[in-house]
Design a protein around this ligand. Structure first.
Ligand code: CUA
Length: 360
């Protein structure tokens, strides 16, 4: 082997190892957003279709790339020896490699199209949940239950759930210089809980739907899968699946009006909530400010805020420190956050956090 050939081979091996290392980066144990480990009926159906098609694709890749690499190697430029025979076109080969992929695609299309239609069906006896995508958080409403929550969708395990989704911004969120009408439209998001279901766009002005089911109680992470603006990456959520009994208990709890704060910091926090105009964007059922109920729709419903584990599009754990940092400057913690910096005093922040923590 020539010296230059050896050098080239070593470089090739290095490049291959580097590519392998980059590929290995994607591997993780117990990855919460791994669609290859479905944990519910609908996700499993997709997986059942995906796996065989993936291996067919791998076989095609190996055959085609193998033939290419072989040809490159076998007929590479050489200083000595005769040049390979020059060929121009081969009708038989060309007909074969046009028909073979067409047949393959036709065969793959049969189960794929059947699956698309079967997944689009509305399952019998499903529990309905309305999903509203906002910039940049998720609202979940339980029709007929008067229950609204944010960034955490609770469902009973073992039962089909039909999510009906749309995207909307409330005009009240318009910030200075923004046209409120423009905001009513919302933008396109995509609802994705990889372990429980496929991916579905969430569009302004129309309703799309998706079925999901969790085999067992647990927490299943979800995320927005369509670029929707500066905090797209901060638009996460979680599906909390309970046993049917625990789900009923949760629903009962969420139906209650907000707890009244005990005297002290929490009560002062409610005062700060009223004084700072928070009710313009947030609902707290049972709270009356002057002669108006706190029924703002632009931001998350806070009636049972303390029953959630995460806030602000599911990116922060509900802790005193995180809540304080958030209230000091929401857009500073999450780029583009619609909640403005209200320049609250440290005293108000402490009291507001005390109040929020009573909203179980
Ligand atoms: Cu919402 Cu990306």
């Amino acid at each position: 082997m020539l010296r230059s050939d050896r050098g080239r081979l070593i470089r090739l091996v290095h490049a291959g190892l580097l590519a392998l290392a980059v590929l290995a980066w994607g591997c993780a144990k117990r990855a919460p957003l791994d669609s290859l480990e479905p944990e519910g009926h609908f996700a499993r159906e997709i997986d059942r279709l995906f796996k065989p098609i993936f291996w067919v694709a791998v076989a095609v890749f190996v055959l085609v790339e193998g033939a290419l690499v072989y040809a490159l190697w076998r007929f590479r430029h050489r200083r000595e020896g005769p040049a390979p025979r020059q060929v121009h076109g081969n009708t038989r080969l060309e007909v074969a490699w046009t028909i073979a992929p067409a047949l393959l695609l036709a065969v793959i299309a049969v189960p794929t199209v059947a699956m698309i239609f079967s997944l689009a069906e509305r399952p019998d006896n499903a529990m309905r949940v309305e999903v509203i995508g906002h910039q940049w958080w998720w609202e979940f409403r339980y029709p007929g239950q008067d229950v609204v929550t944010a960034n955490e969708m609770h469902i009973p395990a073992g039962r089909n759930v039909l999510v009906e989704m749309t995207s909307r911004e409330d005009p009240a969120v318009a910030q200075e210089g923004e046209d409120p009408e423009r905001l009513t439209g919302g933008v396109i998001h995509s609802f994705w809980v990889p372990k429980l279901a496929g991916k579905q766009d969430v569009e302004p002005g129309r309703t799309t739907h998706l079925s999901l089911r969790a085999d067992r109680p647990g927490i299943y992470l979800g995320t927005c899968a369509e670029f929707c603006g500066i905090s797209h990456a901060n638009m996460r959520f979680r599906v909390v699946a309970h046993s049917p009994e625990r789900f009923r208990t949760w629903l009962e709890g969420q139906r209650r009006p907000a707890a009244s704060p005990p005297p002290g910091p929490a009560a002062e926090g409610l005062e700060a909530f009223a004084r700072s105009g928070c009710a313009g964007c947030h609902t707290i059922n049972g709270v009356q400010i002057g002669n108006q109920a706190a029924q703002g729709r632009a931001g998350p419903d806070l009636t049972h805020f303390a029953s959630r584990r995460v806030f602000a599009g599911g990116i922060f754990q509900v802790t005193d420190e995180n809540l304080e940092a958030w209230l000091r400057n929401p857009p500073g913690k999450k780029p583009g956050a619609r909640m403005p910096n209200l320049n609250l005093s440290e005293q108000d922040i402490t009291n507001l956090v005390a109040y929020l923590r009573t909203l179980t």
